[in-house]
Design a protein around this ligand. Structure first.
Ligand SMILES: C[C@](O)(C(=O)O)[C@H](CC(=O)O)C(=O)O
Ligand SMILES: [Mg+2]
Length: 310
């Protein structure tokens, strides 16, 4: 009930340990707080909180229009739903290095295990689109130094994302990754890698954990978790995937409703009422107050609640 009882400090310590375990950490992006619950229930190791998803959810393009308050609110709402570590996308840090310091403290307050700050200029864009621009090395390093100095929990993971690969090439990305680690980055997110060999090159350049971004319709092929682990990647995100899947299903459902006037044909593909209540732990609330769950869920169409569980 009311979800995680594990303090954020413990989730951060867990994340640090997992990243040095040698086993790749799989972090699908939660497109809302409830989907974080699903990610945990299905046995994944962590939850990603995507800036692109927060923006899309607000009906905005992912070009740095969302505010720190919106991102921190969403990060808190998702982080409280899971005992897994959460990693949040802090875009360019929401301003100058001083703003980056405040960003880190607000996101730390939100209970995340880690955050990433990128070296794009503002207005930024999806890292897998053409026409990006990056800030100079000096500004990029200042952002990361400010971030590392601002945290109060030493286990809060400060990840530096570099978008340099698509702008200046792989060698420049390796050099920038090294400099970002020297400036205090605990991990590196090399954006828009073109191949597994490129991930291996970043792996060879730094000795901190590295992330692979398996976003669909982007510049990287969708490598398997095993392939990424084999080239030394420590965590992989599927940032927008669940939103894309859910929106795809919503479109198909609306088409069906418009065409036939009923959603009856869609019901077998829907999450059942019983499964929804299981995920939100309705019964846990009932144990607290017996008057909240004094009904039975109709069995019509409910099916097994955990049919996909092992
Ligand atoms: C990872 C990312 O920063 C995000 O906001 O989720 C995006 C994902 C996307 O737009 O596909 C990115 O810039 O790669
Ligand atoms: Mg982003």
């Amino acid at each position: 009930m009311l979800y995680t009882t594990k303090p954020a400090a413990e989730r951060r310590a867990d994340f640090r340990a997992a990243l040095s375990s040698g086993t790749i950490q799989r972090m699908p992006g939660a497109f809302n707080p409830l989907s974080a619950r699903l990610i945990e229930d299905k046995g994944f190791e962590g939850v990603y909180i995507s800036g692109a998803v927060i923006a899309a959810d607000l009906g905005l393009p992912d070009i740095g229009l969302t505010t720190l308050t919106e991102v921190a609110g969403r990060a808190a709402a998702i982080s409280r739903m899971t005992s897994l570590p959460t990693l949040v996308d802090a875009d360019t840090g929401f301003g100058e290095p001083m703003n980056v310091a405040r960003t880190v403290q607000e996101l730390e307050n939100a209970g995340v295990a880690g955050l990433h700050i990128e070296d794009q200029v503002n207005p930024k864009r999806c890292g897998h689109l053409d026409g990006k621009a990056v800030v100079g090395l000096d500004t990029a390093l200042k952002r990361i130094r400010a971030a590392a100095d601002a945290r109060r929990d030493p286990n809060l993971l400060i990840m530096a994302r570099t978008d340099v690969r698509a702008v200046e090439g792989l060698e420049a990305a390796q050099n920038r990754a090294r400099a970002l680690v020297d400036a205090g980055a605990d991990a590196i997110f090399p954006e828009a890698m073109a191949s597994l060999e490129e991930f291996a090159a970043i792996r060879a350049a730094v000795d901190v954990p590295i992330l692979a971004n398996m976003t669909e319709f982007g510049k990287s092929d969708l490598f398997s978790v095993q392939d990424l682990q084999d080239v030394g990647v420590n965590l992989v995100i599927f940032p927008v995937s669940l939103l894309r899947i859910a929106m795809g299903a919503a479109e198909r459902g609306l088409d069906e409703l418009a065409a036939s006037g009923s959603l009856k044909a869609e019901v077998p593909g829907m999450q059942t009422r019983a499964r929804l209540y299981e995920l939100i732990d309705y019964e846990g609330y009932n144990a607290f107050d017996g008057s909240v769950f004094n009904f039975t869920v109709p069995t019509q169409f409910t099916g097994p609640t955990s049919s996909t569980k092992e």
